[in-house]
Design a protein around this ligand. Structure first.
Ligand code: CP3
Length: 454
């Protein structure tokens, strides 16, 4: 059995046996996604969907060259009974679904107990433990969705960039990517090395599928949604290029701007050759090669996760707020749109999340994502109205209000709910991840408040 002796991890010896009965991963492996192309004309929106141009807000059937076997009817249709997936699709729900960014993390004593014995990467790469951490956090909090325990940076390894997490300093990529040749050398043929994430998802899915249901033939609204995730091209590229976290994204933007210097509309293109832009001309291919390779790997990685049982994929563009609206449009919108459309073609909704995105939200919506994650600086009511309610929204409590006195926290949660005004398509969450030292009781009280709200 997968579950559960609290956070004490079981011996891992039976993992291979579990893995061998997993159908999805083999399938994903057997059917590469190269050449996957979407044609908006070929989409057939499901009943209740609002097919308003790019915002296709429901599960769709997409007829493409993509093999239909990868679309999981059990996942896509069955999970529509869960209030979380229904909210992603802007369908009516009995109450606002809730989950928390970084809900399984260092604020939780149970997670820290596991961390004592295992590194972060060991946890991610060992499906038994990753599943255990995922399930225990979701059940302890009583939330409506379980996000698979993994890390944004895992795809860097099969692409050929080694990295480590250095205590108190965050991730460090050993040889940051700075040239077109390095981008050319990135591997896109080893994404199966990431199947450990899918194996963990299979275990989480098996655990929640085994839960008693009140109606045997159909999932109840209490069925948990399972969230898989990956990084967005810009945010992952920023780690690859900067070599870790960054304040000003100078190297990232240098590579990005070198790809095609923007010109005033109508003005003739002028090659840039100033000494201070250095290698701009020679490196002009780097950004597009990198974007293409990230799209290939991330699409396949997401497909593995969907095949394993992820009901929804969240695309983290955590640091895209570093871009101005015109830079977002010129350099990030197209690759992100391709990735999101590719994932939607697998038959699942996509949540697209970034931080400090107030000025970017209307353009981010053009990706066609089903749900936009809002950070806490953005008033939810204004932002949603500006988006004409044509996309679901997720958010957006300031994670630091979890440190406030109970009555302040209560008022802030009520504020978020009032801003959403019970419109279909709101998923309650924080505006960014739970930080270490957050009191678990505060998180639990938010869930309690959500559950008694209506
Ligand atoms: O909710 C959950 O279950 C958490 C799962 C999760 C992790 N990373 C595990 C993790 C998720 C969703 C991520 C995504 C991730 N990873 C993001 C995007 C999320 C966001 O907040 O916007 C980013 C930017 C990363 C890269 C990353 N991983 C950094 C920069 C760091 C170091 C910073 C830090 O908080 O220490 C990590 C480490 C990391 N990934 C931790 C966890 C729980 C904390 C470190 C640890 O446990 O040792």
């Amino acid at each position: 059995m997968l579950r559960s002796k609290g956070w004490e991890t079981e011996p891992l010896s039976d993992f291979k046996n579990h893995a061998s009965v997993v159908p999805g991963s083999d399938r994903a492996q057997a059917e590469p996604l190269a050449g996957l192309e979407l044609d908006g004309q070929n989409r057939v929106a499901s009943p209740g969907a609002d097919s308003d141009g790019p915002n296709r807000a429901a599960t769709t059937v997409v007829q493409t060259a993509y093999p239909p076997a990868v679309i999981q009817p059990d996942t896509a249709a069955g999970a529509n009974g869960s209030r979380f997936v229904r909210a992603c699709l802007r369908q009516p729900v009995d109450r606002t679904p809730v989950w928390f960014l970084r809900q399984a993390g260092r604020y939780m004593p149970e997670y820290m107990a596991v961390r004592k014995h295992h590194s972060l990467l060991d946890i991610c790469r060992t499906p038994e433990i990753a599943a255990e951490v995922t399930i225990t956090a979701a059940e302890r909090l009583g939330v409506d969705a379980a996000i698979i325990f993994a890390d944004l940076l895992l795809p860097l390894t099969p692409m050929g960039l080694d990295f480590e997490f250095v205590a108190n300093e965050g991730p460090q990529i050993h040889t940051p990517l700075r040239t077109a040749d390095q981008a050319r050398a990135l591997r896109t043929d080893r994404t199966n090395d990431l199947l450990y994430v899918s194996h963990a998802i299979e275990k989480v899915a098996a655990h929640f599928a085994a839960r008693p249901r009140t109606e045997s033939a159909h999932p109840t609204p209490d069925t948990l949604g399972i969230i898989g995730f990956c990084g967005a091209p810009f945010t992952l590229a920023s780690y690859m290029i900067e070599g870790g976290s960054s304040r000003n994204y100078i190297e990232t933007k240098k590579l990005m701007y070198a790809s095609h210097p923007a010109t005033t509309p109508g003005a003739p293109f002028k090659a840039v050759s100033s000494p201070w832009v250095g290698s701009a001309a020679t490196e002009s291919a780097a950004w597009s090669i990198l974007m293409d390779k990230l799209i290939t790997v991330l699409t396949e990685y997401a497909a593995q996760q969907v095949a394993a049982g992820a009901d929804v994929i969240q695309v983290f563009d955590s640091w895209v707020g570093a871009l101005s609206p015109s830079d977002y449009r010129d350099y990030a919108l197209a690759p992100t749109t391709t990735l999101i459309r590719n994932i939607q073609a697998l038959g699942v909704p996509v949540i697209y999340f970034g931080v400090e995105t107030a000025s970017l939200l209307p353009i981010m919506r053009e990706t066609g994502c089903d749900v936009l994650g809002l950070d806490w600086r953005t008033p939810l009511d204004r932002a949603w109205a500006d988006l004409n309610y044509r996309v679901a929204v997720q958010g957006n409590l300031d994670p630091i209000t979890l440190f406030a006195p109970p009555e302040v926290l209560y008022a802030r949660v009520a504020e978020v709910l009032a801003a959403a005004a019970n419109r279909p398509g709101h998923i309650f969450n924080l505006g960014h991840g739970i930080v270490p030292t957050t009191p678990v009781d505060a998180v639990l009280s938010v869930v309690q408040q959500l559950k008694s709200a209506r």
